[in-house]
Write a protein that binds this ligand. Structure first.
Ligand SMILES: Nc1ncnc2c1ncn2[C@@H]1O[C@H](COP(=O)(O)OP(=O)(O)OP(=O)(O)O)[C@@H](O)[C@H]1O
Length: 220
């Protein structure tokens, strides 16, 4: 029986924009609810498609789920390790080589050295970067960054995967390979995946749950 793996209750996020000088000597600052009273739950093994227009609050929601920023109100309960790919290059240490970054990320997911070592070849093969694995990642192209980051997310251990713009960049054939891999790890390992459908182009049979945000609220 699948169990709840993420529970989001009454989640709201208020941003205070930088004060701007008005006509006199006063400053006005504005506040803005990026998320308002968001409630949902995700079951273990779900593939969730998160959609919404620009500025709807998708990245804010994923940053809160990834514990990068905190909510103003509300509560998130998560059961399991979360691996987040939010922006291309985030989570990499530029001075370290590809392989050193794999070890670093694996350790952050509480994997030991032997467990990480077992994944190295698979990560490099999938990413197609075996020849460059001993090069500092600051010398990688955006495409190489993206392929390595995605491959690490697929092969390192975590119960929950959060994918944002990673699937919006890169060439078409690699994107197709990624979508196939997502389906694969979900069906074989039961991993839970939340991903942003930036261009409404994910095939309907890829996900089993859809969350659409409109101005910070869930469309009912
Ligand atoms: N740090 C911040 N300070 C103030 N306002 C912010 C901050 N981050 C985001 N916002 C605002 O909050 C709203 C939601 O932004 P968010 O990035 O979550 O939307 P999004 O759905 O991910 O959009 P996109 O598809 O364009 O990435 C936007 O209006 C944005 O300008």
């Amino acid at each position: 029986m699948p169990e709840t793996i993420i529970h989001v209750e009454n989640l709201s996020k208020l941003y205070k924009n930088n004060p701007v000088k008005n006509s006199g000597f006063n400053y006005t600052s504005t506040t803005f609810w990026a998320l308002k009273d968001v409630n949902f739950h995700v079951m273990q093994g779900d593939i969730v498609n998160l959609s919404g227009d620009n500025g709807a609050g998708k990245s804010t929601l994923l940053k809160i789920l990834s514990r990068i920023t905190s909510p103003t109100f509300g509560k998130i309960t998560g059961f399991g390790r979360i691996n987040s790919l939010l922006e291309v290059g985030a989570g990499f240490h530029p001075e370290l080589t590809g392989i050193e970054n794999i070890y670093l990320n694996g350790a952050m997911l509480l994997m030991n050295k032997a467990q990480i070592k077992l994944t190295i070849d698979k990560i490099c093969d999938f990413a197609g970067i075996s020849k460059h694995i001993h090069v500092p990642v600051k010398r990688y192209s955006t495409g190489m960054y993206m392929r390595l980051a995605f491959s690490m997310a697929m092969h390192l251990e975590s119960e929950i995967l959060i994918l944002d713009e990673i699937l919006a960049v890169g060439d078409h054939s690699f994107q197709q390979k990624c979508l196939k891999k997502i389906k694969d790890i979900n069906s074989k390992q039961g991993r839970t995946i939340l991903m942003v459908d930036h261009n409404n182009k994910f095939p309907k049979n890829l996900y089993n749950k859809q969350i659409k945000l409109i101005n910070g609220r869930i469309e009912l």
